[in-house]
Ligand binder design. Structure first.
Ligand SMILES: NC(=O)c1ccc[n+]([C@@H]2O[C@H](COP(=O)([O-])OP(=O)(O)OC[C@H]3O[C@@H](n4cnc5c(N)ncnc54)[C@H](O)[C@@H]3O)[C@@H](O)[C@H]2O)c1
Length: 308
């Protein structure tokens, strides 16, 4: 199969590319290297360094492959600090990139899978998050955190519209706090990698807010398995899948478990505005693809700890 992976130098995208190459697909990675790394990219993939918002970059990817059957769209500005510090850029990239890949998929009659997020539900407090859950966004003057979640929500709207009005074969996946090797650990990175790096180096582990907010962490290879099932199966246009594990842990408990792996102590910090208090996936819809995230947090943390 001829596959374009946008954001294929990033954390999830690079693991997806590895899996696609391993099963014999021809893959072009399009990434602007805003956050992804060249060294993440599988050497058997063709790499185009460029902006997904630029349609000519996407058509160059199609030319490299001599056509396209499937587009996995993961390019986005991810990382909580960016949502606050670069809200306009987050909105612009996340929405325009999705518009461009929808156009590309329609022009080439290709299947499109986009990476949305549980943040598309905003600060919804009723758990688990299901296809019936409403998105809840706080007033924009308070903080701009939802530049990300609201842009993902609008991406989902755009996909659903194109499915209905233009017969797009578009599918949506929502990874729930994926973690594993290559997860960024700098200050713009993601929580497990940041905490593990601090534990290893003996620096304090920061916990934001009261630490009682929970997350459902999902091992990267489980997420990739789910993405492949979503992209391979026929008849899933307009369907969305919560690719998450229903094992909830508070951020404080997580910090304590990770601190115990090294010699770090925990310090409490101010909360991030707009941080959701819980994030638990409803998994009913995943029966369609017979998928569950089987790797427990204990197993995943041990695997990741050994990698670092
Ligand atoms: N990591 C998670 O747990 C998680 C959860 C929910 C949703 N997602 C979504 O999954 C996707 C991948 O997430 P990730 O954690 O791998 O993030 P990531 O930042 O590692 O990967 C995103 C990639 O997109 C690239 N990119 C950004 N803007 C671009 C542009 N204009 N043109 C081309 N490339 C561009 C970045 O350089 C990066 O390599 C994102 O869409 C993200 O919103 C991730």
């Amino acid at each position: 199969m001829k596959v374009i992976v946008t954001g294929g130098a990033g954390f999830i995208g690079s693991h997806l590319v590895d899996a696609l190459i391993a099963r014999g697909d021809e893959v072009v990675v399009v990434d602007v290297l805003f956050r992804g790394l060249r060294e993440n990219i599988n050497s058997k993939a063709i790499f185009i360094e460029g902006n997904v918002c630029d349609y000519s970059v996407l058509t160059a990817a199609v030319s490299e492959l001599g056509g396209v059957d499937l587009i996995h769209h993961l390019a986005a500005i991810n990382g909580t600090k960016w949502f606050h510090e670069a809200a306009a850029e987050v909105i612009s990239v996340n929405i325009n990139a999705t518009h461009r890949v929808i156009e590309l998929a329609l022009e080439h009659d290709a299947r499109l899978v986009i990476a949305s997020s549980p943040e598309a539900y905003g600060e919804q407090k009723v758990m688990p998050l299901s296809e019936q859950s409403e998105a809840v966004f706080s007033p924009a003057h308070l903080h701009q955190r939802h530049s990300y979640g609201a842009s993902k929500y609008l991406d989902e709207v755009a996909i659903q519209h194109a499915v209905r009005s233009k017969d797009l074969d578009g599918r949506i996946v929502r990874p729930f706090n994926a973690y594993g090797p290559r997860l960024p650990s700098d200050e713009y990175g993601q929580v497990i990698a940041i905490m593990l790096a601090k534990a290893k180096s003996g620096h304090d582990i920061e916990v934001h807010g009261d630490g009682q907010q929970t997350r459902s962490f999902t091992w990267i290879h489980d997420v990739i398995e789910g993405m492949l099932l979503v992209s391979d199966q026929e008849g899933l246009a307009g369907k969305a899948f919560n690719l998450g594990r229903d094992e909830e842990i508070s951020i404080l408990d997580l910090a304590e478990r990770i601190a115990a792996l090294g010699s770090a102590k925990i310090v409490m910090q101010g909360s991030y505005h707009g941080d959701s208090t819980r994030r638990l996936p409803d998994l009913t819809g995943n029966q369609l693809i017979s998928w569950r995230a089987n790797t427990s947090l204990s197993e995943g943390l041990a695997l990741m700890n050994n990698e670092l």
